[in-house]
Design a protein around this ligand. Structure first.
Ligand code: HMG
Ligand code: MG
Length: 298
């Protein structure tokens, strides 16, 4: 029995752009997000308040957050690594704060310059600060299905990080296959363990399509009752601090599959593809999603 309804969280303007070498103009990012807001999406992660030297592409997070046309029914979120980032985010009246860390030691160190243990107090302060400012908080755990540096990550280690984040008071947790190594059997095994501890109404899956398995992994997740998925339009994306990371699961491919299966997303594929064509025209490449390949041919 598959869910009848699924929520898709668009992370393209953040996860998609953070790995793009070509600098996109602020006004083009804003226009892209405004297109996305017209598509029926209920959630858009618009940028990231990390250190601008670490992610130069997203150095204009404030300008983007202040210029987009906000729709009251859409949650506009941004990544926040620490208190400095939270101050910057709150200044722009972002709706939701996304904290993030990794379940493997080396990726955590390369990505946010701290050990896992030293990351908890930093994030705890961010969650408390965000709650005081009346913001909801989403947590990401990266390298859930494998780490580019440490290899296999034991599920117990992943669950421990999830526990610690939920204890801080986060509202939702997104499980990241950062480098796209998960296979359907592994997703099945991990979700069985996750389900013993957490309710699926607060768990999202964040797949990358590096090895072409993202949609297969979505299907297994649906069979477990997961109803929240992250996607990046056109299949843009990847973590610059994960060697070998590539595009996210493409939102347009996901919407297509769910539409075909009669699962409601509330999203209009035609409008999504308009948004995808827009950002594609600002990049020096064609977008890798299947839907965009079909669109580009026709
Ligand atoms: P650090 O250098 O250890 O920071 O970086 P620090 O706390 O030692 O501070 C050093 C200086 O940076 C200070 O300035 C701070 O004020 C400043 P100084 O006093 O020397 O003049 N600073 C900041 N400035 C602006 N904004 C800030 C900020 N923080 C400190 N937020 C830090 C630590 C976490 C900041 C850095 O490592 C960083 O920005 N990392 C971000 C890396 C990143 O964005 N990675 C990609 C996102 S994660 C991902 O893609 C995975 C995901 O998609 C899920 C999945 O697929 O698995 C979410
Ligand atoms: Mg990601």
């Amino acid at each position: 029995q598959l869910p009848e309804q699924v929520t898709i969280k668009e992370v393209g303007p953040r996860d998609g752009l953070q790995n793009e070498a070509k600098r996109i103009e602020t006004e083009d990012k804003v226009a892209w997000i405004d297109h996305l807001s017209e598509s029926g999406l209920s959630y858009i992660e618009i940028s990231s308040f990390v250190h601008p030297k670490w992610i130069p592409q997203l150095a204009d997070a404030k300008e983007v957050a202040e210029a987009i046309k906000r729709h009251p029914e859409i949650t506009y979120a941004a990544l926040v690594p620490n208190m400095k980032g939270l101050e910057r985010a709150i200044d722009t009246e972002i709706d939701e704060v996304s904290i993030f860390m990794s379940s493997s030691e080396t990726h955590n160190k390369k990505n946010i310059n701290k050990s896992i243990e030293d990351t908890y107090p930093v994030l705890k302060e961010v969650v408390e600060g965000a709650k005081q400012a009346d913001k909801s908080v989403r947590g990401y755990v990266s390298t859930v299905f494998g780490c580019p540096y440490d290899g296999h990550v034991p599920v117990e280690q992943v669950l421990h990080v999830c526990d610690r984040l939920f204890e801080m008071g986060i509202d939702e947790l997104s499980l990241g296959d950062t480098i796209g190594v998960a296979d359907p059997n592994q997703v099945d095994r991990v979700l069985e363990e996750v389900n013993k501890r957490f309710s699926f109404d607060r768990i999202a899956m964040h797949f990358h399509n590096t090895r072409g398995m993202a949609l297969a992994n979505v299907l297994v997740s649906l069979q477990h009752g997961v109803t929240i998925f992250d996607g990046a339009l056109g299949g843009l994306g990847g973590c610059p601090y994960a060697k070998g990371a590539s595009g996210n699961l493409a939102t347009d491919d996901l919407v297509h599959m769910l539409n075909q299966m009669g699962i409601d997303t509330g999203i209009r594929q035609d409008k999504l593809l308009v948004a995808a064509s827009y950002i594609q025209s600002k990049l020096d490449k064609t977008l890798p999603s299947h839907q965009m390949q079909v669109t580009n041919r026709s």
